[in-house]
Design a protein around this ligand. Sequence first.
Ligand code: UD1
Length: 416
Amino acid sequence: MDKIIIEGGNSLSGKVTISGAKNAVLPIMAASILGNGESIITRVPDLRDTRTMIRLLEIIGSVCRFSDGKLTIDSASVDNPEAPYELVKTMRASFYVMGPLLAKFGEVRVSLPGGCAWGPRPVDFHLRGFEKLGAEIILESGYIIAKANNLKGAEISFDFPSVGATGNILMAAVLAEGKTIIRNAAKEPEIVQLCEFLNLMGADISGIGSSNIIVEGVESLESAKIDIIPDRIEAGTFLIAGALLGEITLENVNKNHLLSVVLKLKDTGSEIVESGNSLTILPSDIINPVDIQTAVYPGFPTDLQAQWVAMMSIAKGSSVITDNVYNDRFSHIPELNRLGAKIKVDHNSAWIKGVVSLKGAQVMSTDIRASAALIIGGLVADGITEVQRVYHIDRGYEKIEEKFSAIGAKIYRESA
Ligand code: UD1
């Protein structure tokens, strides 16, 4: 298994180009199943997760071509509405194929995703939504089978504005007969772009970006072209690294997607300068402690909680970081403590006492964002940090060590 080795304590400076958003491209790739021809997606990040989704689409029967960030998916030959355990267990977002396959075939078999490092992560909202649209749901040998001769529009209200459930129900509702209203829908930019893509395919979706999304079902959809939005989580990760280690300019960002993050970074003492689609962070000598409560968009994203905890571990004072989206998402804390951080977890909050410095150690990554927090910790720490199980980071960050090396970090990969 590959490791990332970091010699910490070096300052950073320079430019980083932000990749297309993982969480936008995955549902859009699934949506391509709904078209009857060739969809073209550009600015696709080359990640383990995009490669996994390509493999899944190929198993389903799509023909995919991927090079230089351009992904072509021809769904005319889709004939196998099934997502096997081997893929779903490595990437939960595989579950996104359920909605489009159910809509297109009237029957789908998808492995039930297991738990993950940060808790059980249920799919009950997805399943209840499909039932409301008229599907019969059966659980058999670890697989969910959904069947519907004819999906019918319905009113669906989520208990929580789940990103995945909103996307999955949207991709089924676009071909259902009549009107579907999704109440308490997710408003994340990635869901907005999914709606835009579906409308380009010929769907009739309104209320995009609001809590109430309205879908008027259509008979069939064509293929479409789209350019993926910049990854706001990758951008936030580099901004946090800049706040700690030096002036970094991010290119290809959508600053409107980062408002809550930028405001909180300013509270820590950093200055942030905007220019067109770039953002420059100018760090301050001292990191002020700043509490965070994660929330759904436009609140502070749970996907930046781990990286924020890493930053607060060397703030001048104490802070409390509460995750209101995923209560158990704290597997990075014991690893950051191995670097010398002083953090305790109580329920869904991390209580952090800032220390003067961190010291390099061997640490193990447990999920995508926890890995990013450990890389940030390693870049700040004195001495050598060795991050193990980096396949997690390869799921969600494109060429992370190359991007950090290019701005002055001493970071390299050791292949096993
Ligand atoms: C997506 C993102 C992930 C991000 C998360 C929250 C993708 C591929 N992944 O994950 O990076 O951290 O949004 O912004 O886009 N819930 C249920 N039942 C369900 C579905 C969700 O109880 O059926 C709960 C979850 O346990 C969690 C909350 O709802 O507490 C939010 O989850 P959700 O928005 O669905 O996250 P994902 O779509 O899995």
